[in-house]
Design a protein around this ligand. Structure first.
Ligand code: ATP
Length: 375
């Protein structure tokens, strides 16, 4: 049986994004040291005008440090930041063009909603009438019309975060920076505010960078996601690209669920999996190399034993819309997880202890070197 019939994607490096005139922000070779520790290493990144970009990665990967460097709050050790063609690398935060929202609302508790939002406008010395109109307009924008006289303590977490958003947008900044703005909120409010922020951003067209460690948030909100790990960019891409074509084993494992199967290349057209030789044109791994074949649970197709790789059904978990099935490959005992639609379970004879076949569709497979860091 030939399981692989097309070339696999073997790209393991982050794609550099090309620079062009419609970029709002360009980051060149940015490095940030804290003493001997390197928090960001030679970051290159371009963000287009009006784009919504998420910095996503595990705790400590450097996403907040990168956001703070862009804001001038934690200046880079080396490298350059260009905003709309101007080198802002050495400018203090107050001379840069951005609005920012932090995780902890950071509203002034002793000021009313009006005064919190007007704070930035006062610094701009707008006249009283203009300021009143602008604050009402901003409150309407975040669905809080008429809340001018309230104090932050009288607002829910989600409402406070919307005031923080209105405050960040008050001066019509060119760049909106959001540092985990939803993570302090409860799940229901978070999902609601997610779509509100996204709709608002699209309406205003303001270039936006949001830091998050929540992949669902990034996948649902971003035009492009920057996946970071240990101070470097692993991949930059649209949510679909990041999910379907992870550029490294780290990204493959960090986003969604992924199965990894150890295989040994044999020649340039085949992979050995136990006793089986899977045909595979165009891989460039050496024979003695151990590689990892990756496939998502929803891409594995179960069938009769004779039509696929023999697998033993070990465990079946009911997850409402589908079944998550734990399998072990008969040949190598390696474990796999497959998602199966409820309607297919009976036809397949899906019960613990059954021996079935598993098909691994070619276009759903990725191949990675085995020694890459795991999450
Ligand atoms: P989290 O999601 O946990 O906030 P993060 O990806 O935003 O993580 P950063 O806050 O950017 O991570 O931190 C990156 C690394 O730099 C971490 O190892 C952190 O300990 C270190 N770091 C951040 N700020 C400082 C500082 N002021 N002094 C020393 N080390 C720091």
């Amino acid at each position: 049986m030939s399981i692989l019939t097309h070339p696999l994607h073997l790209d393991t490096h982050a794609k550099a994004h090309s620079l062009s005139a419609d970029n709002h922000l360009e980051i060149h070779h940015l490095t940030k040291q804290f003493g001997a520790f390197t928090a960001l290493q030679k970051i290159d990144l371009s963000i287009r005008e009006g784009e919504f970009v998420c910095f996503l990665g595990p705790s400590g990967c450097g996403k907040t440090t990168l956001l703070r460097a862009i804001a001038g709050l934690a200046p880079q050790s080396s490298g350059r930041i260009i905003q709309r063609g101007q080198d802002i690398s050495r400018l203090p935060p107050q001379s840069r063009d951005f609005g920012i929202v932090f995780q902890s609302y950071a509203l002034f508790p002793n000021l009313t909603v009006f005064d919190n939002i007007a704070y930035g406008l006062r610094n701009r010395r707008d006249d009283r009438h203009g300021m009143r109109n602008r604050v009402s307009e901003l409150l309407a924008l975040v669905d809080l019309a008429g809340s001018e006289a309230k104090y932050p303590a009288a607002l829910s977490g989600g409402q406070q975060q919307r005031v923080a958003l209105a405050r960040a947008l008050a001066t019509e900044p060119g760049l909106l920076l959001l540092d985990e703005p939803l993570s302090a909120l409860d799940a229901r409010v978070r999902v609601h505010l997610r779509s509100q922020i996204k709709a608002l951003q699209a309406r205003l067209g303001v270039t936006t960078i949001m830091v998050t460690h929540d992949q669902e948030e990034a996948l649902s909100m971003a035009d492009r996601i920057v996946v970071m790990n240990h101070g470097v960019i692993e991949q930059i891409g649209t949510p679909a690209e990041i999910y379907r074509q992870p550029a490294s084993a780290f990204v493959a494992e960090f986003i969604g669920s992924m199965n990894f199967i150890d295989v040994h290349p044999e020649g340039s057209h085949a992979l050995r999996l136990g006793q089986r030789l899977l045909t595979c044109p165009n891989h460039d791994y050496a024979d003695d190399y151990q590689a990892r074949l990756a496939i998502r649970p929803e891409s594995i197709q179960l069938c009769a034993k004779k039509d696929g790789l023999a697998v033993l059904v070990e465990h079946i978990e009911f997850l409402g819309a589908f079944l998550r099935v734990t399998l072990s490959l008969e040949d190598t005992q390696q474990r796999l997880t497959a998602d199966v639609a409820l309607r297919d379970a009976e036809t397949l004879g899906l019960v613990p202890g059954a021996i079935l076949g598993a098909q691994l569709p070619t276009d759903a497979l990725r191949l990675y070197p085995s020694q890459e860091a795991r999450v």
